[in-house]
Design a protein around this ligand. Structure first.
Ligand code: SF4
Length: 355
């Protein structure tokens, strides 16, 4: 089986190159650097290597990108991509263009096993984990399609990254490496539904990404109803893991909170959320529910959303309401219900940075 260049760090590529080819090591650097400069998945374009070497490289390494099976463009410029992977499995990604930056929300698994009640992905079940090159490939394929450089990547598409931890971590290292995508760790975000034991392990892994946690309720009984995984990792266990993470990394975390009318938007819910966040360097992204056919929740009206955010502020917890993107092409959070049901949470931080 071929190694995929998009799943290798420069040192790994160099050592396989050294093992397989009797060429000087600088050739490996030239090939890798030209590949990431051009982002062209065609060996013939890698002219820094002689023709014969290009042919031999193509026998050992793949540079193929996921195929774009479909795409839709929103009136606000958001683009939703449907990718077909080599085995025919399909996943989706979303590109959000904003002033001076392009954010891609990529998938780490095909489908998802966690079955959150508000999420269309959860209804479709789990298909398989993605390899790191299939994650980085989503981003490069979008860059190729639009001829742009992506500035921010968020692992908030299909799947739970911490249930595919090795490959998800590898993708972040490749996004971050200055000889690969070269994206700052401040512009990379890993989002989890709250796999507490894996959160505890994050500081030791030094993954170059910020952490977001899909909380959606800080009341155990409500959270369990919305997110079955909460029964396995109850809130006290999750909080202890998050405290461990923030103590060791000094990183601020984001809580994602989808607002569902009459379910998690009461004053008691706001108090519970502020109580859960107490002692953690955190802020909250409030995401008013996007309707999905067949899923029986109601979004709160604008006044209720503002009231909830206001209550959090009074309780000393910083919060902002997520900017809606791509709802007209069903690319907004929880809206995708066709072949690749996905929840997309695109964050707008108070300082204007997109997560
Ligand atoms: S919200 Fe995230 S973790 Fe939950 S089912 Fe959807 S994709 Fe999976």
């Amino acid at each position: 089986m071929k190694h995929h260049l998009l799943g290798l760090l420069p040192g790994e590529f160099a050592s396989i190159f050294k093992e397989r080819f009797s060429e000087p090591g600088y050739r490996a650097s030239q090939v890798l650097d030209q590949f990431y400069k051009q982002r062209d998945p065609d060996w013939e374009s890698l002219t820094s290597a002689p023709k014969g070497l290009r042919r031999e490289l193509a026998e050992v390494f793949s540079i193929e990108l996921p195929a774009i099976a479909d795409k839709r463009v929103s009136a606000d410029g958001t683009r939703k991509y449907l990718f077909r992977l080599v085995d025919g499995v399909k996943v989706e990604s979303v590109l959000i263009p904003e002033e001076g930056r392009y954010t891609v929300c990529f998938s780490t698994q095909a489908g998802c096993a966690l079955g959150c009640r508000f999420c269309a992905t959860g209804r479709g079940g789990f298909k398989r984990n993605l390899a790191a090159y299939e994650m980085t490939g989503q981003v490069m394929a979008i860059e190729r399609d639009l001829m742009v450089r992506v500035s921010n990547c968020v692992a908030m598409g299909q799947g739970e990254p911490l249930l595919n931890p090795e490959e998800s971590a590898r993708a972040f290292f490749i996004f971050n490496h200055k000889r690969c995508f070269g994206i700052s760790s401040r512009r990379l975000t890993l989002s989890t539904a709250g796999i507490a034991p894996a959160v505890r392990e994050l500081p030791g892994k030094k993954i170059p990404a910020r952490l977001a946690v899909s909380l959606h309720s800080a009341r155990q009984e409500v959270r369990e109803k919305l997110m079955p995984i909460a029964a396995r990792h109850p809130l006290p266990e999750l909080k202890a893991a998050l405290r461990h993470y923030t103590d060791l990394t000094n990183n601020r975390i984001t809580f994602e909170y989808i607002l569902l009318s009459g379910v998690n938007d009461s004053p008691a819910d706001a108090r519970a959320l502020a109580g859960f966040a107490r002692g953690l360097p955190a802020f909250v992204n409030l995401i008013p529910w996007n309707r999905v056919a067949g899923i029986d929740f109601e979004p709160p009206d604008e006044r209720a959303v503002k009231a909830f955010a206001g209550r959090l502020g009074e309780l000393g917890l910083e919060a902002c309401v997520r900017k809606e993107k791509g709802s007209d092409i069903a690319a907004a959070c929880g809206q995708l219900t066709q072949q690749c049901d996905t929840e997309y949470n695109i964050f707008q931080r108070p300082d204007g940075e997109t997560w």
